[in-house]
Unconditional design. Sequence first.
Length: 251
Amino acid sequence: MKPKLGVFSFTSCEGCQLTILNLEDQMLDLLGAVEIVNFREAIDDRRNDYDVAFVEGSITTPEEVEEVQAIRGRAKILVAIGACATIGGINALKNRHDLATTKQKVYGDGARHFPSEPTRRVRDVVPVDYEMHGCPIDKIELVRVTKSLLLGQIPLPSEHALCTECKQRVNVCLYDKGICCIGPIVRSGCGAICPAFGEACVACRGFLSHPNIASMVEILKSKGLSRAEVEDRLTQFNSLTPVDLSPYYLS
C-alpha cells in the first residue's frame, strides 16, 4: 500500500505548500508513490490516517499547540518544512517586543479576540524527525527528502556553508561587488539562489551548527555596518537563535 501523506499549515504565508504544488513534472511521480489524504490547499476531502506529516508554519497560539500535538500523535514521521517551522522565521520577530503591545498594534481594539503566544518552532512543541529549511523550501531538496523517506531513510542535513554553493555556481562573491552577505555562517541547500541573482543571503535556512559568529561580525563591522544593522542581519529570520553581540561592541 502507498504511504499516506498529510500536509498541514500553521502561522505562515503557506509558500512552502505552494512549492509542493509547483513540483510540475515531479508531481505525477509523487502521486504515484504516495496517497495524499490531507492537504487543504490541494484536496477537498481530508482524512487523518496519514503516515507522514509535512508541517509548515510556526506555533503561535494555544489552538496550534493542541493541533500540532494531535498531528504528531497520528504521524509515524513528522517533517517540519520552511523557515517558520524550523527556525521561527519572520514570525519570530514579534518575540523581540512586548506581546501585548504587538497584539494591540496589529489588531487594535480587537486584540482580545486573538489569543497569541510567543512564536515557537515546531520542534519546540513536539518531536520532529526531519527539518527542511528555507523560505520557501527548495523543490530539489523536497524531492530528494521525499524519496529518502519513502525508502525508510532519514536524509542527512546539510552542514556546509552557503559559500560552497556560490563557488559551485561560480558566482562572483557579493563582497567583491560591495554587498554584505552572511552566507559564510548560513546552512547551504538552496543552491545559493539569492547571491546568484545579486541579493545578499538573509539566512532563511538558519545558521550552521557551529557558525563563526565572531569573524562574521568583524567582517560586517569592517564594512561599516552599525551594531543595529548587524543585529538586523542576524535576526531577520533567526530571532529564536539569539546571538550576543556584546563581546564585539565593548567600546
